[in-house]
Design a protein around this ligand. Structure first.
Ligand SMILES: [Fe+2]
Length: 200
């Protein structure tokens, strides 16, 4: 099954600046995603995206929501339509006249799967946090104290253990870090710190 999108342009430039409201985005999430684990993953990625936009990109509330929204909806079609993953949510957001940059971020969150290269920093961070967030969550579940005391050294050791959380591609994670221009250590540090706070 190929998920390649075979397109490189997403959305309409005339819709630049258009976003869904938080209520609309959450309604879409809750209607399309029935699996609570997936929903949590999407909320965790959204939180990392919002936090990064605020702290590292110094974006205002509007800018932060654009990043958060991309995180919140990036896997929206995975639960019920895995064979149309990415395609379906892209078409939905296009129909709702959402800003093309947000749609592009979602379209490029898995370059190996969808065949779309991340371009903007929002694209690149969504790709990186998607991989990393899932890995940290898996790691937290096997630790007696969850995120407490989790550190970069321990996480890097776990990453080397190929049998652990095998569903998280180490190649994708390294590729995402390279493309983001942020070191893997710094990405891990930021993600673990914020995901810990989100879960507590
Ligand atoms: Fe994801």
């Amino acid at each position: 099954m190929s998920l390649q999108l075979n397109r490189s342009v997403f959305g309409d430039p005339a819709n630049a600046g258009n976003v869904l409201s938080q209520i609309e985005a959450e309604e879409l999430l809750n209607t399309w995603v029935l699996n609570d684990r997936l929903k949590l993953h999407m909320k965790q990625v959204a939180h990392l995206m919002k936090s990064w936009a605020k702290e590292k990109e110094q974006l205002d509330d509007t800018g932060q929501w654009r990043w958060e929204m991309a995180g919140l909806l990036h896997d929206a079609d995975w639960d019920q339509w895995p064979d149309q993953h990415c395609k379906k949510i892209i078409e939905e957001l296009e129909a709702r006249k959402v800003d093309p940059e947000i749609i592009h971020a979602i379209a490029s969150h898995g370059p190996a799967h969808f065949g779309v290269a991340p371009q903007t920093q929002m694209d690149k961070m969504l790709y990186a946090f998607d991989e990393l967030s899932g890995f940290l969550h898996a790691y937290s579940l096997m630790r007696p104290n969850g995120y407490e005391g989790m550190d970069v050294k321990g996480i890097k050791k776990r990453l080397k253990d190929k049998a652990f959380a095998a569903g998280v591609s180490r190649d994708d994670l390294n590729d995402a870090a390279n493309r983001s221009g942020i070191s893997l250590e710094d990405l891990i540090e930021f993600a673990v710190d914020h995901q810990r706070r989100f879960n507590n």
